[in-house]
Ligand binder design. Sequence first.
Ligand SMILES: C[S@@+](CC[C@H](N)C(=O)[O-])C[C@H]1O[C@@H](n2cnc3c(N)ncnc32)[C@H](O)[C@@H]1O
Length: 413
Amino acid sequence: MSESGAEQEFEAAVEGWVTSALDVADFGDLVRALPGVDPVVALATLDRLAQSDNASADAARRLGAIARSTVPTARSTVERPVPHPLEFYWRNDDASLAHFCELLSTYGLGSTIAYLGMPNVFQLARASLPGRHHVMIDRSIPRMNVLATGEQAIRLDVLRETPPPLGADAVVTDPPWYPEHLRSFLWAAARLLKCGAMLYASLPPDGTRPGVVHERAELLEWARHIGFELMDYEVSALRYVSSPFELASHRAAAIGGIPLDWRCGDLGVLRLVEKRDAPRPVVPEDEGRWLTFTIDEIPVWVRDRDPDDGPLTGQLLASLLDGDVLATVSRRDPRRARIDVWTSLNRVYTTTHPAAVQAVCRALAEREDPVMAVAAELERALSPEEENAVVETTARLERIVAEERSIHRLDDT
Ligand SMILES: C[S@@+](CC[C@H](N)C(=O)[O-])C[C@H]1O[C@@H](n2cnc3c(N)ncnc32)[C@H](O)[C@@H]1O
């Protein structure tokens, strides 16, 4: 199906879901009743319905007005380490974490259970299911450091590295919901499992984005091809808690009344019926390579690319949009390609010299002199104007970090 065909099909589907759920008290109830439709998309649909001349226009107008007049949802950030938008980190709610642990409780003493991008299930299962060998597998070094060490930890980028053949009895996984991530995580799970063992995978629900129903069907067909058999599929069985960067995007979009647990997920249960030597899925360079820094607990990611020509100037940390906060977490937003610097609360910037900004971030994280750090990185002395650009960029980053700490309420805990 063409991209515009998928867009039209999705728009019609969302309109149908929204129309049949209009009989609710407020915007939050509406969003929670939909199959994982982004609140920004739900509001745009209400606006379209409000302008139509059909019977639902009044109800749509009322719910849209509620969304625009309600204060955006806020909360203290409890996750440690503080998540970053490019980690695609969405914590499952307590009921979903308990649901996973209940499924895993059927694996007896001595069994091996792997948690592929599932840090919170790992944490709960390790505490509630003693006597099993729990193995956390994740790309995030800070998250690994907080949660797991020794033989319980395998640090791995699933998109680029190959997991060991663990002979696991079960794997639970929550891949970012994009085709190349989903395939890579399923491929990695097949390597981790022993033959006949089970995979519990969180999968994107119908309302996630245009074309997702077809993508998911193709994924499950491909899973069969690499040795899995689909045993069970539970629609909307999982719920998530909004991550701080998502709350920031809703604040920037000025949409209020969204419940923290609006996002749902489907649960696929698959058995590895045959070990096949399938080639690793090809991963596009899509979002590029990033270097990650943590400044006073705030993750700041800087793109790894060649610098533009010319000296360091006031464009060392330049705004991309009004207010700097991207009002969406959708990967389909074309502005993402221009982002070079990205913070925990979805603030985005561009830069002429990524390596220089990386040096400033490293210096701030390690409490060193940023001017010396940039000169060392560029292997040359800086002109007075360039020193000035580094000092101003440092001060701006410090202000951003302080503001994000305050919004996360890190100083209150
Ligand atoms: C979507 S969150 C899932 C959290 C899960 N719902 C929970 O509550 O435990 C994704 C996790 O996958 C990890 N992750 C994302 N991309 C990864 C990759 N390419 N390789 C390994 N881990 C990855 C992140 O660091 C994060 O811990």
